[in-house]
Design a protein around this ligand. Structure first.
Ligand code: ATP
Ligand code: MG
Length: 249
């Protein structure tokens, strides 16, 4: 089966203007492909560039170099060359994203936050509300919270609103940045179910999960990002080697 997403030669660095223009390379020559119905899990220690990769794929960060392509039946679309308005349609119809933290808009109720991706596509309001409420109920968010803006909700409540908003659109490609980080075991199990249902309908997913249990139950493959790190200052020093050399001295 041909992949729906391919990434080749991806490189990304940041220039830290506050630090006199210091350049930080986060990844170099990263390649991946992703097929329908599979979940590829990004692995590696904190700071290695997992979230950065998802942000590049969602168009929040520009890639430094490389080629990112989505493959449609009538041919590939190169994401590096898209104008801003094309990203709007892509996010509405193709790429869903569950960021680690909910971006709260004041005065918009939880239910409306969750329905919004469907309304943006012109879906029926009654049907959209019903689907939002069904998801919120599955995620055990108390009904009394549905009409309130989520700004004052707990971390785990906000995360569940974010998950409902991310999954409601049934996008063919889903980017998940630690969606279970603030959840208890019961709600983690619901998210695992949602991921499995998304796989069953053919969605491709790229996810970050620190929780070993969640990872084992959703991952089809792991992509360790250590392989694509190119910052000598972060290379490990082999301490045992150092001791041996001292022994000879
Ligand atoms: N906008 C930015 N400007 C400068 N540096 C950045 C920016 N975004 C990320 N970085 C740097 O890029 C590196 C990778 O960050 P990233 O958030 O992708 O890590 P991560 O693997 O997701 O880590 P964690 O597991 O802690 O979430 C870090 O060193 C970070 O400081
Ligand atoms: Mg991260």
């Amino acid at each position: 089966m041909t992949p729906i997403l391919t990434v080749e030669g991806l490189g990304k660095g940041f220039v830290l203007h506050g630090q006199g223009g210091l350049a930080l390379t986060v990844m170099r020559d990263l390649a991946l492909d992703l097929r329908r119905g599979e979940c590829l899990v990004l692995a590696g220690p904190s700071g290695i560039g997992k979230s950065t990769l998802l942000k590049i794929l969602y168009g929040n960060y520009l890639a430094g170099e490389g080629r990112i392509r989505l493959h449609f039946s009538d041919g590939p679309m190169e994401l590096g060359k898209l104008p801003a308005h094309a990203w709007h349609a892509l996010r509405r119809d193709v790429i869903g994203y569950v960021s680690q933290f909910l971006r709260v808009v004041p005065r918009v109720s939880t239910c409306e936050v969750v329905m919004e991706p469907l309304l943006a596509r012109g879906a029926d309001a009654v049907e959209s509300r019903y689907r939002a409420e069904t998801l919120l109920a599955r995620l055990n968010l108390p009904e009394r919270l549905w009409s309130l803006p989520p700004g004052t909700f707990s971390g785990g409540e906000q995360q569940r609103v974010n998950i409902a908003r991310g999954f409601i659109g049934e996008h063919p490609l889903l980017l998940l940045d630690e969606p279970t980080a603030s959840l208890d075991a019961a709600n983690r199990a619901v998210v695992i179910e949602l991921i499995r249902e998304a796989k069953a309908r053919g969605a491709a997913m790229l996810g970050i999960f620190h929780d070993e249990d969640v990872r084992e139950r959703v991952a089809d493959r792991l992509l360790p990002l250590e392989n694509y790190m190119d910052d000598p200052s972060r290379a490990r020093i082999d301490a045992s080697q150092l001791l041996q050399e001292n022994d000879h001295a």
